[in-house]
Design a protein around this ligand. Structure first.
Ligand SMILES: O=c1ccn([C@@H]2O[C@H](COP(=O)(O)OP(=O)(O)O[C@H]3OC[C@@H](O)[C@H](O)[C@H]3O)[C@@H](O)[C@H]2O)c(=O)[nH]1
Length: 378
């Protein structure tokens, strides 16, 4: 008897034992669902739910909406060229911007507990006097920095304290040649800035300013990076207004010995604004005034380093002309602070970065006699 209770799967069950339910009418389940929905105003709740969802998605569009440059006066879309990159890269890039991390909107609040995401930043001329101080600050902030420098006026010594840091890379490269790097921001500093250096090879100087800036703007457009041009107070030339405001168009000699730099930077500014208007690149323009500080070469040729070196050597100070020409001077850390704030801020057109006070060269000479003494006492 017991053995008969054991189910033998392989054996065919007698057809008389098999259960055969009544065939289901195909429309029965549909009518049941309709009845269910009509009872207790369930259909009404469904419609109310749909209406609420539609309202939410209309008022707060989701991440599938295309990114619109928040600071652009022309609210242009990020260029299609971002599709050159793998899908993960696109997602990383676009989500970083939408979340407001790093660059998109400095005023947007980062959710509590979420650490600021490090940016990938290229600094052209990053081994130079100003560039190396900027690199120090960016690395300290937690960003990944790629320095691009041809070492014409920059030196490895200025950045060698970062060698071995995984967030730091150094590329020997001249910006007059194109370069493709995947980055979020570009600080474009590469160009000799001291009159002695930029007059050394004027054709190379203007080429660096025009072709070099064109290449870096092309890179910014291609990868959707924000671009900062370091321009100069020299775009005002021999100014007829004091102090110079950004709205002043300047008084520049187009054929003088300084024109390779002055006109080169003016063209670089033009290119920068045209890439913004024409291609939607997010741009910043810093007009940098005379800057001094550590890592300035003693043979830089600019007036501060000349005066300090001469005073240390107890040589007479070389005041050119009548010494009544004026300049405004700023310490390098103030400039770097200004560059970073400008990059993260909203201002798109040119912005003066310099101390508002103006010194004559005669006044500076007096200060310089005492300044080296302070250095020696320390
Ligand atoms: O030994 C010197 C050197 C310079 N000078 C004078 O000091 C003034 C300042 O000259 P600098 O060589 O320091 O440089 P400039 O102020 O002309 O330009 C500098 O500052 C602005 C930056 O954007 C430029 O890139 C940078 O070259 C000039 O009038 C110059 O003739 C001297 O009187 N003696």
């Amino acid at each position: 008897m017991g053995s008969e209770l054991i189910y033998r799967g392989s054996e065919t069950q007698p057809s008389s034992d098999s259960y055969s339910p009544k065939p289901v009418k195909p429309w029965a389940s549909v009518t049941r669902t309709i009845h269910y929905l009509l009872r207790e105003q369930r259909l009404l709740f469904v419609f109310v739910g749909i209406a609420i969802a539609t309202l939410i998605f209309t008022v707060f569009p989701t991440s599938s909406a295309p990114y619109v440059a928040p600071h652009s006066r022309f609210t242009t879309l990020i260029p299609d060229s971002i599709t050159y990159f793998p899908i993960e890269t696109q997602q990383k890039f676009s989500s970083a911007h939408r979340l407001g991390f790093g660059s998109a909107n400095p005023t947007s609040k980062i959710p509590l507990g979420l650490k600021r995401k490090g940016l990938r930043i290229v600094v052209t001329g990053g081994a130079g006097f100003v560039g190396s101080h900027l690199v120090d600050r960016l690395i300290a902030r937690g960003d990944s920095v790629i320095v691009v420098d041809n070492f014409f006026t920059g030196t490895k010594q200025n950045v060698m304290h970062h060698f071995g840091n995984p967030n730091f890379e150094l590329i020997r490269h001249d910006v007059v040649e194109p370069l493709l790097l995947e980055v979020d921001q570009i600080y474009h500093l590469a160009c000799p800035a001291s009159p002695v250096h930029y007059k050394f090879n004027p054709v190379k100087t203007i080429k660096t300013n025009v072709v070099g800036t064109l290449n870096m703007l092309g890179l910014a457009k291609r990868v959707g990076a924000r671009f900062l041009l370091t321009s100069t107070s020299e775009v005002y030339g021999d100014p007829l207004q004091h102090p110079q405001k950004e709205t002043y168009w300047g008084n520049v000699n187009p054929i003088g010995v300084r024109s390779c730099y002055d006109e080169g930077k003016r063209t670089a500014e033009t290119l920068t604004m045209d890439y913004h208007r024409g291609a939607g690149v997010e741009v910043r323009i810093a007009r940098i005034f005379n800057t001094y500080g550590p890592r300035m070469c003693i043979d830089d040729g600019r007036v501060v380093s000349n005066f300090v070196a001469q005073a240390l050597r107890k040589e007479p100070l070389t005041v050119y002309g009548d010494g009544k020409q004026t300049r405004s001077f700023q310490y390098v850390s103030d400039l770097v602070e200004g560059l970073m704030r400008l990059m993260e801020g909203e201002h798109i057109g040119p912005f003066n970065l310099g101390n508002p006070g103006e010194f004559t060269m005669l006044e500076l000479a007096e200060v310089s006699i005492y300044y080296p003494l302070i250095l020696l006492m320390n």
